[in-house]
Design a protein. Sequence first.
Length: 345
Amino acid sequence: MQNFKLKILIFLTFYKTGGVFLKELMSRFWAGEHRALARVISTVENELPGKDDILKEIYTKTGGAYILGVTGSPGAGKSSLVDTLVKEIRKNNEIVGIVAVDPTSPFSGGAILGDRIRMNEHALDEGVFIRSMGTRGSLGGLAKTTKEVVKVMDAFGMNWVIIETVGVGQAELDIMYIADTTVVVLTPGAGDSIQTMKAGIMEIADVFAINKCDLPGADRVEMEVEMMLNFRDDHIKWRPPVVKTSTFNTTKGIAELLEAVKKHRNHLSEKGIFLKRRQERASNEVLDIINYQWERLVKHHLGRPGQVSELLEKVTSREIDPYTASQSIIEWIIGDSGSQKSSSQ
Ligand SMILES: Nc1nc2c(ncn2[C@@H]2O[C@H](COP(=O)(O)OP(=O)(O)OP(=O)(O)O)[C@@H](O)[C@H]2O)c(=O)[nH]1
Ligand SMILES: [Mg+2]
């Protein structure tokens, strides 16, 4: 008994200080402190206690940031391009959050360090916040976590949130659906000839950047992309602009690239697409949560003896079909939670 009381005491103390800690953290976050932002992101990213409260608290403050996705083959110059693009954005004093999604691939192990060094230039700039996220260990959940981190940056008051991903796997492609505008980075290298590009990545481009245009062959890639676009059937009547860029020496094309992004942004809002997409995302989000909660509820019942398990046994023994069983399970759970509610009233 003594032991039990002690446990309760420890729990309550922890719970209370946890709550106080969170409150203090969030007040620093709302005051615009970068260290608090980093802490909030870590809490969300690592699913630490307080994550749900944070996500609930910030939601109404999201929606202000413009979300830009930058994707392309490994080594295409995405980080360099984001870096120079941010310098261009900062000329207007707008503040920027960057989420660099590091690939798990062992081949690009060195790139992460490279990103940090390159982007370190912004380290002293209060208007820029950079966060690298590893894909290792979070397979499948990556899109969800990235979405949440983007939301945190958005609520923090960023005018822009830029997500850099290597456009190789499905998870990376999924991330690009979070973006309002997606820039696909190509290079004049032979390996980047558009015939060899992964099909999906070409379709998600709102703007093409042909980077490393200081190297020979950029005109050819540009021609290939324009030719491909002639065959593209586009629903939203937008022909992606193709901009040649170089982050070397001249930073050629960077202002044009930002212009192209802004043009796309205007196009989306003029045609009402921006609003429609945001509405769709909001309802998808609610549906996703309902699905998740519902699955949890069903799994909870599956693990216990009773009506649901009996029905499943009957499906196994072919006494009833899975469709009828599912229908009965849904009706039973709805009835059960309904009766629980009314009995607790
Ligand atoms: N010639 C040339 N090289 C460039 C240019 N931009 C970037 N690079 C070089 O390309 C290499 C890769 O650049 P990153 O910016 O790390 O490319 P990334 O696409 O972010 O690479 P990962 O994140 O590893 O996929 C580096 O050695 C850069 O110096 C450019 O405009 N011209
Ligand atoms: Mg990079």
